[in-house]
Write a protein that binds this ligand. Structure first.
Ligand code: IVH
Length: 687
């Protein structure tokens, strides 16, 4: 093994320290000093050194957050001190009673001064216990039943907000930090958005998302989830470093050691102080970065806490004041189907109006057929609806006891309610989609945009804004209508003067002369990217033959699997789509033509030889030679599947300048990373 030079050893140590410092600035102080990209460079440099000299790796190195194989099962961990839960209260009166109970418990009289409390947001995540020995994180355990929980050490290590080692010199030999693992609003939105795109089940709320993410046997999955952590208590602690005597001071001490704590914690006096803090946080609630479901009041003085002690499984010195419910009950009047921009059919419950957490709700999403069947929601059912932060209200469950006698299960229609085309369910996904691609009004604009895009028919000047006007004024319904647009019509549109109209008409004229692969690609058939379009054109050489092919014949084409074949044959079976294609190729209407090609059934398309073929690729950062969309198109043409989020399934990350968190994640997951230079080279090689 090559040995690192003393400079390299020093550099690695220094990089580790810098990275820890920046984690602290970011997660604990919420005040980063450097941009993400600069952090990423430090991280990469450290990784480079550690790759070259594995002996430099330390277990608490910031690069070592993901490691090891997935587990077969979680180990059980006994909590040496039980992890308690909290009692609840819901009104001002109950709050006054709580304060009086504490006063009595402490033997305080009317004349004594008010009790000092710590008022903390009640974070809506899940409780965790982190054990630090000599300042190093050695174990993470869930609360479980309070007596024993699950060993999730491998997963908590992937959470950047959890320090792998505490800061400072004077650290307790043993310190158990307790706190909450949660997902903030932005993280939750992104996570669900990503899951929706991938046809996966959505998380009902950030708490479920956090719990689901932490209870993964494979830490690589947890690493991709935007988990955060705030400490709020200590469990077991060795007596070599006495903690300050107050809850707030103790939290400050944790913060100094590098443990993030909620910035909203305050110290207040008596029941009135608690009440004010409650009102304040309730009012702040929607603006907070994370979801809270109430306020926790804790007697601030730790000696007083000790003397008050516990009742059964909850402390006498702390209580949770819950916000009014975000869930209510109402009746489903109807279930409607919405068709999204990309053709996804989403069932939506129309509800009898009900106020949920102060907002009137009349619609709630049922997500998709799987969710709907699982919850078995029917028209006429009494249901529980829930609002969680900014998330669209959703139907949580129906109440079986209140179901009307004559109800029937609801099934998604077989046809698109907007255009009547067949609705198809992709094999591996929960989503049902309209197959009316070229024709469906709900999908029109997106389809037209694709049709006109650079690697499809390449209609110069046919931008988003123009298409928006053309579709909303109903001048264009299908791609064929684009070719019938005349000067007068175009001149009525905003920002279309003589010159731009002339240019656009010339562009339309030019793009009539296209190629068969481009034309097939332009049709925007699901699962048919450029590479597949090319393979199909080469295989059949003729559009009519392709359109007449059965799913079996289609599946014979190189690169066409059963999913693509099914998608193609459903598409070509729709009369609407056939009409649009006929109009496009009719010399008197669309007039689109292409040079004939001899079918080359045995010849493999370039993509077949491409190193990108079948790879899941993500692009990030700024590229200098190509635009992001050009790079995407070329990669797709080379057979890659270009996705937006880095996950354990990603094969390759292409990192441009100023690449940020995606790069960090890819590195953490061990995904192969290449730069623009290399991308260019590989693309050139395959031509
Ligand atoms: S203290 C001895 N503080 O609420 C009391 N808990 O209902 C231990 N929680 O399991 C809990 N925010 O997951 C405490 N600021 C906070 C909290 C908090 C959320 C959760 C925690 C606990 C549950 C109890």
């Amino acid at each position: 093994m090559t040995q690192p030079s003393p400079q390299e050893i020093a550099e690695a140590t220094d990089l580790r320290q810098q990275l820890r410092h920046h984690d602290y600035r970011y997660y604990v102080l919420d005040d980063p000093e450097i941009p993400d990209a600069a952090y990423d460079r430090l991280f990469q440099r450290l990784q480079q050194l550690e790759q070259r000299y594995p002996q430099l790796i330390t277990p608490d190195s910031p690069t070592q957050r993901v490691g090891g194989e997935p587990l077969a099962a979680f180990r059980t961990i006994e909590h040496r001190l039980p992890m308690l839960s909290l009692g609840n209260l819901f009104s001002h009166e109950e709050l006054i009673e709580f304060d009086q109970r504490c006063r009595r418990g402490l033997g305080l009289s009317q004349d004594d001064s008010e009790i000092r409390y710590c008022a903390e947001p009640k974070l809506d995540g899940l409780a965790i216990s982190l054990l630090y020995l000599g300042g190093e994180l050695v174990q993470g355990a869930t609360r479980g039943d309070g007596k024993s929980g699950e060993d999730v050490t491998h997963n908590v290590r992937t959470i950047s907000a959890v320090p792998l080692r505490l800061r400072g010199k004077r650290l307790p030999r043993r310190l158990e930090v307790r706190g909450e693992i949660f997902i903030d609003r932005t993280g939750f939105k992104q996570l669900n958005h990503q899951r929706q795109e991938q046809g996966e089940k959505l998380f009902a709320n950030p708490r479920n998302a956090a719990a689901g993410s932490l209870r993964q046997l494979d830490p690589a999955i947890t690493a991709t989830r935007p988990l955060r952590f705030y400490g709020y208590a200590v469990g077991e602690v060795s007596d070599d470093h006495p903690l300050p005597p107050s809850q707030l001071e103790m939290l400050r001490q944790l913060q100094q050691w590098g443990v993030p704590i909620s910035p909203e914690i305050t110290q207040v006096a008596g029941a009135e102080g608690c009440h004010n803090a409650f009102l304040h946080l309730q009012q702040q609630r929607q603006q907070l970065r994370y979801e809270i479901d109430g306020v926790v009041y804790k007697v601030d003085n730790l000696d007083q806490q000790r003397s008050l002690g516990f009742v059964s499984r909850a402390p006498r010195w702390a209580i949770a004041h819950k916000f009014p419910a975000q869930e209510e009950m109402t009746r489903v009047i109807a279930i409607d189907i919405q068709v999204g921009r990309t053709g996804t059919l989403t069932p939506v419950a129309r509800l009898e109006a009900v106020a949920v957490g102060g907002v009137i709700v009349t619609n709630a999403t049922l997500h998709n057929q799987d969710e709907l069947s699982r919850k078995d929601i029917r028209v006429g059912d009494m249901v529980i609806v829930r609002r969680a932060g900014d998330v669209i209200p959703e139907v949580v469950a129906m109440i079986p006891e209140m179901r009307p006698a004559e109800s029937t299960p609801f099934l998604l229609p077989q046809h698109c309610p907007v255009c009547g085309s067949a609705a198809v369910r992709s094999e591996d996904k929960a989503a049902v989609r309209c197959s009316g691609g070229l024709y469906c009004p709900a999908q029109r604009k997106e389809q037209l945009k694709h049709f006109a895009s650079r690697r499809a028919l390449d209609i110069e000047g046919m931008g988003d804004k123009l298409l928006e006007q053309l579709t909303s004024k109903e001048l264009v319904r299908t791609p064929a209508d684009l070719f019938t647009l005349n000067r007068d019509q175009l001149l009525t549109l905003e920002r279309m003067g003589e010159k731009s109209v002339t240019n656009l008409l010339a562009a339309l004229e030019r793009c009539r002369h296209t190629t068969l692969p481009r034309f097939i690609y332009a049709l925007g058939i699901r699962e048919v990217g450029e590479a597949t379009a090319l393979a199909l054109a080469n295989h059949f050489g003729d559009l009519d033959l392709l359109m007449a092919a059965s799913a079996e014949t289609l599946a014979e084409v190189e690169d066409v699997g059963p999913v693509v074949a099914a998608s193609l044959s459903t598409f070509f079976r729709q009369p609407h789509n056939r009409e649009v294609i006929a109009a496009l190729t009719d010399p008197l209407r669309g007039g689109v033509v292409w040079p004939t090609i001899a079918p080359q059934r045995d010849l493999q398309p370039a993509a077949a030889l491409s190193p990108f073929r079948g790879k899941k690729v993500v692009l990030t950062g700024t590229l200098s030679r190509l635009s992001r969309s050009e790079a995407k198109e070329r990669l797709q043409a080379a057979g890659a599947k270009v996705t937006s989020a880095v996950s354990a399934k990603t094969d390759l990350l292409i990192a441009g300048e100023e690449a940020g968190s995606k790069l960090e994640k890819a590195v953490a997951l061990g995904v192969e990373v290449i730069d623009e230079e290399r991308l260019f080279k590989l693309l050139e090689e395959i031509g």
